[in-house]
Design a protein around this ligand. Structure first.
Ligand SMILES: O[C@H]1[C@H](O)[C@@H](O)[C@H](O)[C@@H](O)[C@H]1O
Length: 516
C-alpha cells in the first residue's frame, strides 16, 4: 500500500485491523501446542479454589452418616422422615435459590469476593449445625451451608476457567470435581469412623463441625489470590489484568504474548459492549434496565446465548437426573437392604469409585474432548443401571435371595459410577466455556441452579420411587433418562475442548441448533 493511500484508512478501521491481528495471535496462542505443565501459580490457585469443592463434597456427603448418628439429640426426640427430609433437602434447596443470584454478585463484586463470602457462610453454617439442639436450628445451619455450596459450586469453576490457559482448562476444572469427590470420600470415612468409634452424643457434632475447617484455610489462601483477568478487564482494570495473565503464565511467555491475551479479552468485552449499545439504540431492550435484567434479556434473546444455556442446562440436569446422587445419599440404605454386614463401609465403594474415575477423567479429558467422553461413557452408565436392575429383579424374584445377586448389584453400581465419574460427573461443570463473557456468570448461575433443582428432585423422590416402582424399575427409569440424554448430547452438544473461551462461544453462533 502506497503512503498516498494511507490516509484513506480511517482510524477505526486501523484499530479493527490491529484487533484482528491481535485476535489471531490470541487464537494462535490458545490453540498452539500446550506448554509442558501449568505454572506453580496455576496449581496453587486451583488448590485454594478447589478447597470449595472439598467443602461442597464434604457437606453433601456427610449428611447420610449424620442422620443415622443424631439419635434423639435434636428437639429431644428421634427424627421422623419429615425431619430427615427437611434436614437433607434444605441444603440443595438453598443452593438452588442462591446460585442464580451469586452470578449477579460475581459480576458486581468479582469472582474472588464471592468465594470469600461463601467461606464465611461455610464456617457459620458448620458452627450453627455443631452447636444446635433443635431440628429447626439444624435446618437453618444446613440452609446456610446450602447457600455457601450454591455460591461456591457456581463461582469456583468460573474462577478457575477464567484463569486457566485453554490447554489446561478442562483438566483444571476437573480438579474442582476431584476435590468434590474427595470431600465425599472424606465425609464417608469421617462418618464411618466417628459413627463406629466416637462418643454417641457428640460424634455428629464433630461430623458437621469439621466442615468449617477447610473453609478457614481457604479464606486465608484466597485473600492473597488474584481476581480473574476477564473480570478485571470487564470493570476497566486492564493493567491489573495484564499482571495476572503474566503471573498465571509463570514467566513462560513473552510480553507480546501477554499483550495478545489481554487484547483478546479486551476485544471480546468491547464487542459485547458495542453490541449492547447498538441494541439499545435500536430500542431492542436494555433501555433503563438494571444490568442483570439486561443480562437476562441478552441470555434469552440472542441465539448463541440461548443455545449455550440450553446445552449447559441439559448437561447439568442430566448430571443429576441420571440418579447418581441417590446412591451418594442412600447407598448405605441400599446395601443394608441387600444384607451387606457393614453397609456404611460397603457404601464407601461408591464414593471411592467416583473419586478414582474422576482422577482418570482428569488425565484424559483434554485429550479426548468433552463431547466424545460423554458419548463413550454414558453407554457404560446405561449398562451398569440395567445390570443393577436385573440384579434387583433376580434378588426379588425368589423368596430366598438369588445367590450372588448382591455382588452383581455391587459390581454393576461400580460400573455405573465409573461411567458417571468419567463423563457426566465433571463435563457439565465446564459450562462457563460455553457462554460469551457478558452472560457467562448469569448463564453459569442458571445452569448451576438447574443442577441443584434436579439434585433436589432426585433426593426427594428416590425413596418414594423405590417404594412405588421397586428398585428394578427405578434403576431402569434412570437408564432411560441416560438414553434420552445421550440422544440430546449427540444432537446438540458440539466439541469445545482446546478452544479459547472466546472461540468456544463463537462456535455456538452457528445458524442451526445441530452439531457441525
Ligand atoms: O460433579 C459432582 C460430583 O460428581 C459429585 O460426586 C456429585 O455428588 C455432584 O452432584 C456433582 O455435581
Amino acid at each position: 500500500m502506497s503512503s498516498a493511500q494511507e490516509p484513506l484508512i480511517s482510524a477505526s478501521e486501523r484499530i479493527d485491523a490491529e484487533d484482528d491481528e491481535h485476535r489471531d495471535e490470541g487464537r494462535l496462542e490458545s490453540n498452539k501446542s500446550a506448554p509442558a505443565a501449568p505454572s506453580w501459580f496455576i496449581w496453587l490457585l486451583t488448590l485454594s479454589a478447589g478447597l470449595s469443592g472439598l467443602l461442597f463434597g464434604y457437606d453433601t456427603g456427610v449428611i447420610s452418616s449424620t442422620l443415622v448418628s443424631l439419635g434423639s439429640s435434636l428437639s429431644n426426640r428421634p427424627l421422623d422422615s419429615l425431619d430427615k427430609s427437611l434436614i437433607t433437602a434444605s441444603t440443595s434447596l438453598f443452593a438452588l435459590l442462591v446460585s442464580p443470584f451469586s452470578s449477579v454478585f460475581a459480576d458486581s463484586l468479582g469472582r474472588k469476593r464471592v468465594i470469600l463470602v461463601a467461606d464465611v457462610l461455610f464456617i457459620l453454617g458448620a458452627g450453627v449445625q455443631a452447636a444446635c439442639s433443635t431440628v429447626w436450628v439444624m435446618v437453618v445451619g444446613r440452609s446456610i451451608v446450602g447457600m455457601a455450596v450454591g455460591a461456591a459450586s457456581f463461582v469456583v469453576p468460573l474462577y478457575i476457567a477464567e484463569l486457566a490457559p485453554a490447554q489446561h482448562r478442562g483438566r483444571l476444572v476437573t480438579m474442582n470435581v476431584i476435590f468434590i469427590t474427595l470431600g465425599q470420600v472424606v465425609a464417608y470415612i469421617v462418618g464411618y469412623g466417628l459413627g463406629e468409634y466416637g462418643h454417641p452424643d457428640t460424634a455428629w457434632r464433630w461430623m458437621v463441625g469439621l466442615g468449617g475447617l477447610p473453609a478457614v484455610v481457604q479464606l486465608f489462601m484466597m485473600m492473597v489470590m488474584p481476581e480473574t483477568p476477564r473480570w478485571l478487564v470487564m470493570v476497566g482494570r486492564g493493567l491489573e489484568a495484564r499482571g495476572v495473565v503474566e503471573k498465571v503464565a509463570g514467566g513462560k511467555v513473552t510480553a507480546r504474548e501477554v499483550d495478545a491475551t489481554v487484547k483478546g479479552i479486551e476485544i471480546e468485552v468491547r464487542e459485547e459492549q458495542d453490541a449492547r449499545r447498538l441494541r439499545r439504540r435500536r430500542g431492542q431492550g436494555g433501555d433503563g434496565k438494571a444490568g442483570w435484567v439486561e443480562g437476562f434479556d441478552e441470555l434469552f434473546n440472542i441465539r448463541r446465548n440461548k443455545r449455550a444455556l440450553a446445552i449447559a442446562c441439559l448437561l447439568q440436569g442430566l448430571q443429576q437426573l441420571c440418579g447418581f446422587n441417590s446412591l451418594m445419599y442412600f447407598s448405605a440404605t441400599i446395601f443394608e437392604m441387600l444384607g451387606f454386614p457393614i453397609p456404611t463401609l460397603t457404601s464407601l465403594v461408591v464414593a471411592v469409585t467416583n473419586f478414582a474415575f474422576t482422577l482418570v477423567a482428569l488425565i484424559i479429558i483434554d485429550r479426548i474432548g468433552r463431547r466424545r467422553i460423554l458419548l463413550w461413557s454414558i453407554p457404560w452408565m446405561v449398562f451398569g443401571l440395567l445390570l443393577a436392575a436385573f440384579g434387583f429383579f433376580l434378588s426379588g424374584a425368589t423368596d430366598t435371595d438369588a445367590p450372588g445377586s448382591p455382588i452383581v448389584i455391587l459390581i454393576s453400581i461400580m460400573i455405573y459410577v465409573a461411567g458417571y465419574a468419567i463423563g457426566l460427573g465433571n463435563v457439565p461443570w465446564m459450562q462457563s466455556e460455553l457462554f460469551a463473557l457478558n452472560v457467562r456468570s448469569l448463564g453459569s448461575g442458571i445452569a448451576t441452579a438447574t443442577n441443584w433443582g434436579a439434585n433436589f428432585v432426585i433426593g426427594l423422590t428416590f425413596l418414594m420411587l423405590m417404594d412405588f416402582l421397586g428398585p428394578s424399575l427405578t434403576f431402569t427409569l434412570y437408564a432411560l433418562i441416560c438414553v434420552g440424554g445421550y440422544g440430546l448430547i449427540w444432537k446438540f452438544y458440539p466439541e469445545t475442548a482446546g478452544l479459547s473461551l472466546e472461540d468456544a462461544a463463537t462456535l455456538l453462533e452457528d445458524d442451526s441448533w445441530g452439531v457441525r
